[in-house]
Design a protein around this ligand. Structure first.
Ligand code: KG4
Ligand code: ZN
Length: 389
């Protein structure tokens, strides 16, 4: 049993700069457990809100500004551990040149990271975990290059992580602890975020994408409809607030204003662009429509669309556990609808959702997912905006 090795995890794929520190123990059966020693998220929502969405180069600038202060605070949380720190390193001219060359595209970052390294004792980490994709390339590069430079200078292994696998494993943490063991297989994961809507099927020997959105992602459709309703970015939580009030006042009426797309196609794909256009036309025809009604009707249609494909997958494939993760899994209504579907048609089947704080982007999930991957030579790390599962 290997006790108390520490993992530093970084996530910069979109508009959150997130850093987490996990302690971990590997049991004899190969499972892992541990504590979340630190978990910080610096959101850029306020910066992007004015523009109604995330601009990659603005996200990159914000990550550059935020990542080192958060890293410093994170590492300071372990000051009381005698064996956590090694020496503080003074960089040679050659090392400084390496840092400058590596960070040539991150304007202003090299002097900041040189100052950071020379004022921070080397932490005794088993590895540094970093999101390499999918996401916005300029944003991803900030995390990737930070991991690359720190891994090289501190001589600490670096482990690349797929952001979507991170979401899938977010259900393994309570927010203060985590356990990672083999799930009940075959497992189906419904991953619903701002950039992705995917059904991932895992058996003992492989992971397969059974279906995905053919156009907009589920979270993206919430963001776009919110914009039509004059609500701020990100739209999911705003729409949920309006829809919940409407539902509470009207007794969960049967929603039928908007279409459920691709219901009759035999595949396991979903589509959200038709639904978005229906909302747009409806609002053009009824400019004084109650925003609560629109939010409710839209959410029901959007969630019914994934439920419909979930039912199709359950009919076609053996599923012994279901995971629902990604930013949209923060929705109470989505959780309720999925739980109701399982209770009614597959009672007893294990279904897990992440803690609400871990549904949207965070670095805890990246640290957990890194336990399944091997370290790579830090200088071979690259951002892969289109990385798929
Ligand atoms: O996973 P995430 O934080 O970032 C990506 O990897 O994309 O997901 C963000 C998405 C946004 O589109 C946001 O509107 C949506 O998740 N979202 C929600 C809720 N909370 C966040 N959608 C519906 N209901 C929510 N409560
Ligand atoms: Zn995400």
């Amino acid at each position: 049993m290997q006790i108390n090795s520490y993992i530093l995890a970084m996530e910069t794929s979109c508009d959150e700069t997130a850093i987490a520190l996990l302690s971990t123990t590997r049991a004899d059966d190969g499972s892992f457990s541990g504590d979340i020693l630190s978990h910080k998220i610096q959101s850029q929502i306020e910066v992007h809100r004015a523009y109604g969405g995330v601009y990659p180069n603005m996200a990159k600038r914000e990550h550059i500004k935020n990542i080192l202060p958060i890293l410093r605070e994170t590492l300071e949380t372990l000051e009381e551990l005698d064996d956590f720190y090694g020496p503080t390193i003074t960089l040679t001219d050659e090392q400084k040149e390496y840092v400058k060359t590596t960070l040539a595209h991150e304007e202003g970052f090299a002097p900041m990271i040189i100052e950071f390294i020379e004022s921070t004792p080397k932490p005794m980490l088993s590895h540094i975990a970093v999101t390499v994709g999918p996401g916005l390339n300029p944003a991803l590069w900030v995390g990737v290059n930070t991991a690359k430079v720190l891994g090289t200078i501190w001589n600490i292994p670096v482990v690349p992580v797929n952001h979507m696998i991170g979401h899938m494993l977010s259900v393994n943490s309570t927010g203060t602890t985590f356990t990672l063991a083999t799930p009940e297989l075959p497992q189906l994961a419904l991953l619903v975020s701002g950039g992705h809507t995917e059904f991932i099927y895992t058996t003992a020997d492989r992971r397969t994408k059974l279906g995905a959105t053919v156009d907009d992602a589920l979270g993206e459709s919430f963001d776009k409809v919110a914009r039509m309703l004059g609500l701020p970015y990100p739209g999911g939580p705003e729409i949920e607030k309006l829809a919940t009030i409407y539902m509470n006042n009207n007794g969960e009426p049967k929603a039928e204003l908007f279409p459920r797309s691709m219901t009759h196609t035999p595949d396991f794909n979903v589509s959200y662009s038709g639904l978005k256009t229906s909302v747009k036309y409806h609002l053009e025809k009824h400019p004084n429509a109650d925003p609560g009604l629109i939010a409710y009707e839209f959410s029901e249609a959007a969630f019914d669309t994934v439920l419909n494909k979930l039912a199709k997958i359950f009919s076609a494939h053996e599923v012994n556990s279901l995971v629902v993760a990604g930013g949209v899994a923060a929705s109470t209504r989505l959780r309720q609808k999925i739980q109701k579907f399982i209770d009614e048609f597959y009672p007893g089947l294990s279904v897990t959702f992440p803690e609400k704080l871990l549904a949207t982007d965070n670095a805890v999930m990246i640290g957990i997912a890194s336990l399944l991957n091997e370290p790579i030579e830090p200088n071979t790390l690259t951002a892969q905006g289109n990385l798929s599962i």
